[in-house]
Design a protein around this ligand. Structure first.
Ligand SMILES: [Mn+2]
Length: 340
């Protein structure tokens, strides 16, 4: 059988669990759009996981409810349902705790990572499976991710303890580079951001190379904002790239970002969206910011005094402590650090 999945922690966990229960001799890593557009030939020896359905596959596992429009009317094997991760559906399908108890932690952490139910600690000082998840993020720009995916899949399939997985030279190297990118991104975010009401506006248009870093770092650095907007110049094309995201630390933004983006020719979901702006970008940016920032601004002086990370993987990371105190004092009742 061939497993068709996505190159992220959820796809990885699916690959490990399915591989233990089916004869998988080939893995194809692809993107949801490739499947949705029918650019991948799918047949009776294919198992699709963490990706949209295609008719004719042997098994299908997915939890992305926005693909519900593409949910098949025809009967199919596998599971499609609401769950924090596709790995959770796979785990339960093949017997869960009874048959694969040793993978419970992998599945639990994949649930948290895939649904972005992360704490400030997970963002500023990720550990174990959460750290592994960040090394697999294609947006981390670390390259050669498919080979890396296969290496880690083999380690996990052999039931290597997560501490040993992280000690593997390839994994260690990626963790090291991620930490370096995070430190750079931290500095860049502080230098290029300002707050408008409840929104953080980061303008990277004058940066030649934007550090990739952890995409949630912005929410840990500015825990009082509930929505972030990032502006970048697309060098190859004549447009300005705008990405919008609800904070995972302060999940109180009620603006539907997908709908807002659609008004400017972009798209996305309620909590995250992107727009390629052509024409007069500045005028459009001002209107988008106005739609995002509907509350009074916060005093940022406390944040300006925070130290930059010396070693962002240090367990005694000072910034994390400072942010914990900030969140404890500023978060309105009922809005904790964790979403679940
Ligand atoms: Mn998923």
């Amino acid at each position: 059988m061939r497993l068709v999945t996505r190159c992220d922690l959820d796809g990885l966990a699916c690959a490990v669990l399915i591989g233990l229960n089916e004869e998988v001799d080939e893995i194809l890593l692809t993107h949801p759009q490739e499947i949705a557009d029918g650019r991948v030939d799918i047949g009776p020896r294919d198992i699709i996981a963490n990706l949209p359905f295609r008719p004719g596959c042997a098994l299908w596992f997915d939890h992305h409810m926005h693909t519900a429009a593409a949910a098949p009317a025809e009967p199919h094997d596998g599971v499609f349902g609401r769950a924090p991760s596709a790995a959770r559906l796979v785990f339960e399908y093949y017997g869960g705790l009874t048959t694969m108890g040793e993978f419970e932690e992998l599945v639990h952490e994949t649930d948290r990572f895939d649904s972005a139910s992360l704490s400030l600690d997970d963002i500023l000082d990720p550990q174990d499976y959460i750290l592994l998840g960040f090394t697999l993020d294609a947006r981390s720009g670390l390259g050669r991710t498919a080979e890396y995916f296969m290496t880690v899949r083999e380690l996990l399939t052999e039931r290597t303890a997560i501490a040993q997985v992280l000690d593997h030279p390839e994994v260690e190297e990626r963790c090291r580079r991620l930490a370096a990118e995070d430190t750079e991104l931290h500095t860049a975010l502080i230098a290029h951001s300002h707050v408008e009401g409840n929104a953080l506006i980061t303008d990277f248009r004058d940066m030649k190379r934007v550090p990739v870093g952890n995409r949630f770092l912005v929410f840990a650095l500015f825990p009082q904002i509930n929505v972030a907007m990032r502006i970048k110049q697309d060098l190859g094309h004549a447009y300005v790239m705008v990405t919008l995201g609800h904070s995972i630390v302060n999940p109180s933004c009620d603006v539907n970002l997908g709908e807002l983006a659609a008004r400017y020719g972009g798209g996305g979901h309620r909590g995250a969206a992107s727009i390629q702006l052509t024409g007069d970008a500045d005028a459009q940016l001002r209107r988008i910011v106005a739609a995002l920032s509907e509350r009074q601004p916060f005093d940022l002086s406390a944040l300006a005094a925070l130290p930059l990370p010396a070693a962002s993987r240090d367990p005694d990371y000072e910034t994390a402590d400072a942010l914990r105190r900030l969140v404890a004092t500023e978060a309105p009742p009922g809005e904790g650090r964790r979403r679940t």
